[in-house]
Design a protein. Structure first.
Length: 185
């Protein structure tokens, strides 16, 4: 009887470990920003918006970028921004540049949101909302800036296990079952 309890406990441990290992792999989604106009302050109708489906309750863990931008005079490069938010409004705002003048610029880099304590979960709808906006509106009736070329890469961890996770769990359970069967003989 003790052996059977041990085998059951071992099977449970293997299943939980397999689910944890496979479910924790960071996935990536690339967003092409080429040609997106930057018009007005966040929340203004007419701003460019992209909605991504990351899967229910996925956690956004990192953002990488590589792009070229232009701010039209008198607007500044530092006013161009993108907000990454869930349906409930949780998220982060990304400022494209630190340059307080108009012109063109190339930016690239990455940030681990976990390291900064800024990782957040999307809602049950799985939607990540990207809104391209301005911190300050300078040019009435026209775009203050443009994302000339490039992309953002969003890193996230899925809350719902993928099929490979279930396959790994089944292999673990079969292995534990085989060990248990050999012990009984």
């Amino acid at each position: 009887m003790k052996k059977l309890k041990f085998v059951r406990a071992l099977m449970f441990f293997v299943a939980v470990a397999a689910a944890g290992i496979a479910g924790a792999a960071e996935q990536h989604q690339v967003v092409n920003v080429t040609g997106i106009q930057s018009y007005d302050v966040e929340g203004t109708p007419g701003n460019a918006v992209i909605d991504l489906n990351l899967g229910a309750l996925a956690q956004v863990t990192s953002v990488s970028w590589n792009f070229d931008i232009t701010a039209h005079d008198p607007s500044w490069l530092s006013e161009m921004q993108v907000s990454f938010t869930s349906s409930s409004g949780d998220g982060v705002v990304f400022t494209a540049s630190g340059t307080d003048e108009s012109g063109s610029e190339h930016q690239e880099g990455s940030v681990n949101l976990n390291d900064l304590g800024l990782a957040f979960n999307v809602g049950a709808d799985g939607k990540l909302h990207l809104e391209f906006s301005e911190a300050y509106k300078d040019l009435p009736g026209q775009a203050d800036g443009q994302w000339d070329a490039g992309s953002f890469t969003i890193g996230y961890v899925s809350a719902v296990p993928e099929p490979s996770t279930y396959a790994m769990m089944m292999l673990g359970l079969l292995a534990v079952g085989a060990v248990a069967r050999r012990r009984q003989r």
